[in-house]
Design a protein around this ligand. Sequence first.
Ligand code: HEC
Length: 148
Amino acid sequence: MYTRCNGLLSLTLALCSPCVQADDVGKVVDYRQGLMNVYAHNLTSMGNMVKGKTAFDPAAFAHYAEDLAAAARLDLLVGFPENSSNDESDASDTIWLDWGKFQKRYEALETQSAHLSKVATGGDVAAMKEQFGKTAKTCKGCHDDFKN
Ligand code: HEC
């Protein structure tokens, strides 16, 4: 795939736009995995409270929920330029074959995490747990389809 980017042709034609140089692939993989790790830190912290592994602290839960929603507002999709895969990456090639569905999976995370953050400020623990489940499902939904 990358060979298309090499040579004079790529300097003169717009052919290069959907392709990424190998160096840049490493950077975008770091970017998207970095975002995922921020998601995971917040989701796991809330999950531990939901599962009773740690005491349920509504204020702390609300803080994690807001940080997850904030992280979900950062543009994940720019971290997935076409065919940006390397040995460090678990991204499935189906992302670029079914980009519309991948976008919808991301929108589901944005929507559900924003809602979780809102629900969490209300302090209703049962509602927080229920919305937590819906949010966690958006992670799994995308991983099932698009993560190796
Ligand atoms: C729109 C799709 C999508 C959504 C939504 C999504 N993920 Fe991911 N996730 C991926 C893909 C694709 C990878 C593999 C990325 C790579 O290795 O290049 C990944 C990788 C990860 C990783 C491994 C990161 C690493 O360092 O290798 C973690 C942890 C993770 N996701 C957690 C989450 C959590 C938690 C959520 C929900 C709050 C979530 N993800 C939502 C698609 C998604």
